[in-house]
Ligand binder design. Sequence first.
Ligand code: R5P
Length: 340
Amino acid sequence: MEGRVYQELRIFSGNAHPELAQSICHYLETPLGECEVFEFSNENIFVRIHENVRARDVFIVQPMVSPVNTRVMELLIMIDAFKRASAGRVTAVVPYYAYGRSDKKDQPRVPITARLLANLIETAGADRLLTVDLHAGQIQGFFNIPVDELTALYMISRYFKDKELTDVVVVAADEGASKRARNVGQSLKAPLAIIEKRRVANDEQAEVLNVIGDVRGRQAIVIDDEILTGSTLVEGAAMLKEQGATAVYAGVTHAILSGNATERIEESCIEELIVTDTIPLPPEKRISKITVLSMAPFIGEAISRIHTGRSVGELFHMPSDKEAEEALTPIRGTGSRATG
Ligand code: R5P
């Protein structure tokens, strides 16, 4: 089936992030598809599609955000409903893929839940997955269906480029973020430093041990894929200041901001935190230090390219400036920036 051009493109949303689905539809100049997804009093989820989707090219927008397990079940049940309604092809658009940190057996007798989720999505009947900045790129290999992984890093780099910061050092929030940070560093023509961090237990507490690299007298931009408790970022920023950084900024794709993470960011020495809208940010988390960039034009562009069989690769990685300009020309001027 891969390679054929499907009938009409239709976008549907579960209950995870209807605003993002609407913004994607706005970019694609297409109305959001009609369906309802709700829970009965026994917590059983029900899905009803209110239009004919036979042979259509269906994209279901559903990041795995709080309440995560409910949103995952909604996604699976939606995929099932669309397959049973004879959709031509179903793409799960999951801008935030949860359980990404559970991607290996790094302790005895633990699950690999990121893999289990991949199996569930496939078993439900998805034909493709479109996602943004997986915790580890290797999660793509948990799927036997095509996976397109977009990155927010190009947009985050461009934001910092436009700020015209001087004497910048790009800092990986931990060893796992070093490749992403190096790519941002290359794009900003800035050196790289790495925060050495360890987790001693499964209690979400990160211990920042050291900074590898010279940050003295420089403005640091910390790069990470997600913020959960804020511990990595806040402790890391304090350590960077201790080691002589003149200012600390951060660019992170997925703003989970659990518990009191927002307050911790507010009270920290971080000047500005750039995140994206892969996860909805409720009003109480929209503090002036947090700037939200929209991934909707990138996701919309990727959907359009998947639908018409054009390359999505140009949007995957950190392209050279020239390639990026060409690939992103249609994305410019779409009002992609929404400030916290
Ligand atoms: C972990 O390896 C991730 O890349 C992030 O650094 C982590 O999820 C951040 O979590 P927290 O904000 O709780 O420190």
